[in-house]
Design a protein around this ligand. Structure first.
Ligand code: ATP
Length: 370
């Protein structure tokens, strides 16, 4: 795997900060990224496979990119690195880009990319995620190593199953055995009963005002870095969200039905206000811990999401972290209850563009790109 960190300075030395183009794969959260980049005065580039994508953007002229790069396969982006760099392109990564390229190819992409792409390694594995989050002070759902020990509701998750596909709930070993696919790698987690909150934070290492993250040092030796809570969503998940309408779990099983957790959409939510200090403590811990993960780690930069369940004891259990913009933030393209307090018409996409704009003005792009 190429070490792109040393190359970043070389690439940036040829970049004109006044001519930056924001490039994004036209999927996932691209509408808000392109719309936000334009609002901050950047040129924009959409990258797509298939005319259907390009056509869809015609419905949203406010987000239509200035230029399109049409490909037969997203992996062709790897061969186009020079083409991107000649146009001063900064790529904004999202979940679909990483999925289309594959995590290793994404890390090897020879183009300046927003955020710290190496954090992906920690986000990608359930064990590394747990190490990171627990180091940051999050309480996670307990793990059950031996299925025979299941003695209350658990959720069984398959490795690499994005978006909850195939996950199931079991109350005991019998349930587990009836549903499990032993061909797949799985994890058994305590099922947390409560309400779900998918909190999209933003960590800006070059802002020295606002909610400062403690316990960490910036590159030039001063304590710096602002944590923001941009938006919170809740996923709509089929079919678990609607299951209660059909009766008890036993009735459902009699009908041969099992709850599933496939994401179909999102809705905006807010947290009870007295829970916000704890939410910030968790976000702050995740950022501070990200710098401790390995020697010389650059840590979390930009948007990240803590996926949590709040119990009736008002305690948070964090079950997952995403180290980038999440698609759930699309609920806030025109602002969120939290972002609107500080500025109208802000979105996570626009916040990314704002961060790039400020870094370019201060000649600090190297602090927010990789
Ligand atoms: P993605 O990568 O898209 O975030 P994923 O495949 O990693 O998804 P999770 O986010 O871990 O899956 O879980 C999918 C869904 O399962 C969650 O949105 C939530 O509804 C439910 N869930 C996950 N863990 C628990 C838990 N411990 N207790 C109760 N429900 C859970």
């Amino acid at each position: 795997m190429a070490d792109t960190s040393g190359q970043l300075a070389e690439w940036l030395s040829a970049y004109n900060p006044d001519e930056i183009t924001i490039g994004v794969v036209a999927s996932h959260s691209a509408l808000q990224i392109l719309h936000g980049a334009r609002a901050e005065g950047f040129r924009t580039l959409g990258i797509a496979v298939g005319e259907g994508r390009r056509k869809m953007f015609k419905a949203f002229p406010g987000a239509e990119p200035d230029e399109w790069l049409m490909l037969d396969d997203y992996k062709q982006m790897l061969d186009k690195a020079e083409w991107f760099r000649e146009r001063n392109v900064i790529i904004i990564p999202h979940g679909s880009l990483v999925e289309y390229l594959g995590p290793d190819n994404f890390i090897d992409l020879q183009v300046p990319t927003f955020g710290n792409r190496r954090i992906l390694k920690w986000e990608a594995g359930r064990d590394t995620q747990r190490e990171w989050l627990e180091l940051g002070g999050c309480t996670m759902p307990k793990l059950i190593d031996d299925p025979h020990d299941i003695d209350g509701p658990v959720i069984v998750k398959y490795a690499g199953a994005k978006g909850g596909r195939g996950y199931f709930v079991a109350r005991n070993f019998r349930d587990f055995r009836r549903n499990v696919d032993l061909e797949e790698d799985f994890t058994i987690q305590e099922y947390i009963l409560g309400t779900r909150y998918y909190m999209q934070f933003f960590y800006d290492p070059i802002c020295d005002d606002g909610y400062q993250v403690e316990g960490m040092m910036s590159r030039d030796g001063q304590e710096l870095g602002r944590l923001e809570l941009l938006t919170i969503d809740r996923r709509d998940e089929a079919n678990v969200d609607e299951f209660y309408k059909l009766g008890s779990l036993r009735d459902l099983r009699d009908m041969g039905l099992e709850p599933s957790f496939v994401v179909t959409g999102n809705a905006e939510v807010v947290l009870r206000e007295s829970l916000l200090p704890e939410a910030f403590r968790l976000g702050e811990g995740a950022v501070a811990a990200s710098l401790e993960l390995e020697e010389g780690a650059r840590g979390m930069i930009g948007p990240f999401c803590l996926e949590a369940i709040v119990t009736d004891k008002l305690e948070f259990r964090v079950f997952e972290v995403s180290a980038r913009i999440v698609a759930g933030s699309n609920v806030s393209i025109g602002g969120s209850p939290y972002m609107n307090i500080n500025e109208d018409n802000m979105s996570v996409g626009r916040r990314i563009a704002r961060c790039i704009r400020k870094a370019a003005d201060k000649n600090r792009l190297h602090d927010i790109l990789s």
